[in-house]
Write a protein that binds this ligand. Structure first.
Ligand SMILES: Nc1ncnc2c1ncn2[C@@H]1O[C@H](COP(=O)(O)OP(=O)(O)O)[C@@H](O)[C@H]1O
Ligand SMILES: [Mg+2]
Length: 427
């Protein structure tokens, strides 16, 4: 697992320094402050390739470039494996436009999965992408498998010779379903764990055809309203989750086959990088997705050791981990703009109790959970309550504005009516 990451003169802040928790890590912060950037760096540190370097069709996951080209740029990182920690230092070489690491290949971090924000996926599998000796380097193995959003569905081909590296969700799911073997069982189990709730299980339906011109048997999902819907017609939220489920099962099946060939035991360690997994998900699903991701590897590995690093904009996700957050194993990092500079802070995880409180916490920095208009009117009304010179006409105007933005049961009415009646503003 990745333990420590430090970046100097690269990314949105002059320096960023993080010591990860061994289990769950959450990253919050406004748009553009570097959450995805941190995930890219963590992926690179563990695999030594940028996602877009492996699959040039990707629109994100590009090589990190120094901020000040004239100054030294450095990425330091460390892994812990068993009881040891291995430390690495990397500097940017302007002539090569790449990062050179002083020590050789990285220590094996286990399987590394990366679910990018745009529906791309990447995996680095120690059985298929790793070589321990330099003379194995010519074995022609890909440095990682990186899928663009379309590749996950339709398959991934090697650039050079068009060889299929992966058949994609549509063909594999249909094949697995006909085979009625382990892969389909795993897929069904993983879909079950990632479902929003027990009475809304994502369950495979019968195979179907969706077009006269598409010869592929198309997997379907059983919907709660009795229909079976082709996976390509499923909602964005469902497609995000089923593509993730497929990706995990595909990675694991291929890993098992590779390990069999190598005559080695299957991996038990994995690192999971997830960027805004909540996008397209209904609130009730946002509440269950992180705990589900923490459990999902149980379906695949025996006694898995999973490190999850998740960037999120969702107060529901923050609230959902309250029961399981453990300061010894988990960590929360928050990015903020302080005096026009990006600052990364490891925050103590204090339970907020509910979603609304998370909105106004350091994680999201909102002043309230109201609409912008209501917030503004409420602030004026709160000031008016203690303003000696506030007159009746102004108060009545404000009262009308409050009615337009607040709910009938808003707690502010109590205060407002009490003072307004006392001052004779309203009767
Ligand atoms: N490949 C890169 N090289 C250098 N800096 C980058 C790179 N990618 C992102 N950044 C920095 O991170 C900022 C965007 O951060 P990003 O991680 O996309 O934000 P978010 O927090 O919304 O995920 C950019 O404005 C830039 O400063
Ligand atoms: Mg982002």
């Amino acid at each position: 697992m990745i333990k420590h990451l430090k970046m100097t003169n690269v990314g949105p802040a002059p320096e960023m320094d993080l010591v990860f928790g061994e289990r769950l890590n959450l990253l919050t912060g406004d748009n553009g402050l570097g959450k995805s950037f941190l995930l890219d760096i963590a992926w690179w540190a563990m695999t030594r390739k940028w996602p877009a370097e492996v699959n040039p069709k990707l629109t994100s996951g590009k090589v990190a470039l120094p901020t000040d080209k004239k100054q030294k740029a450095e990425i330091d990182f460390s892994f812990s494996a068993a009881s040891t920690t291995m430390e690495y230092t990397s500097t940017f070489q302007p002539k090569l436009q790449s990062w050179q690491v002083r020590k050789g290949r990285p220590a094996n971090p286990g399987m590394v999965f990366y679910a990018l924000a745009d529906g791309s996926f990447a995996v680095w599998d120690p059985a298929r992408n790793y070589w321990k000796k330099n003379n194995e380097e010519g074995a022609g193995r890909p440095p990682a498998y990186v899928f663009g959003p379309k590749d996950v569905w339709d398959g991934l081909r090697r650039e050079e010779d068009g060889t299929w590296l992966c058949n994609g969700l549509i063909r594999d799911w249909a094949g697995w379903q006909k085979e009625k073997g382990r892969a389909f069982e795993l897929l069904t189990a993983v879909l079950g764990v990632l479902s929003p709730s027990a009475d809304e299980k994502l369950a495979p339906g019968e195979l179907t055809r969706i077009s006269l011109d598409d010869a592929r048997d198309m997997p379907t999902l059983k919907m709660p309203y009795g229909q079976q819907v082709a996976v390509v017609h499923a909602s964005s939220g469902m497609r995000r989750i089923i593509s993730l489920a497929y990706f995990l099962v595909w990675c694991w099946e291929e890993h098992l086959k590779a390990k069999e060939l190598l005559g080695e035991d299957a991996e038990t360690k994995s690192v999971f990088l997830v960027d805004e997994v909540e996008s397209h998900l209904h609130p009730k699903w946002q509440r269950t997705v992180i705990p589900a991701l923490m459990k999902v590897m149980d379906q695949l590995m025996t006694s898995p050791d999973v490190q999850l690093i998740a960037a999120t904009h969702s107060p529901l996700i923050m609230a959902s981990v309250e029961p399981l957050f453990d300061e010894d194993k988990d960590a929360w990092f928050d990015l903020d703009l302080v005096d026009n500079q990006v600052a990364l802070t490891k925050r103590p995880f204090v339970r907020q109790g509910d979603v609304r409180a998370w909105l106004t916490s350091d994680a999201f920095d909102l002043r309230s959970g109201y609409s912008v208009e209501a917030e503004e009117v409420l602030e004026r009304a709160a000031k008016a309550l203690s303003d000696e010179n506030f007159n009746q006409a102004d108060a009545q105007r404000l009262d009308k504005q409050l009615r337009a933005v607040l709910s009938d049961t808003d707690p502010f009415w109590m205060r407002w009516r009490f003072v307004a009646e006392k001052k004779g503003w309203i009767s």
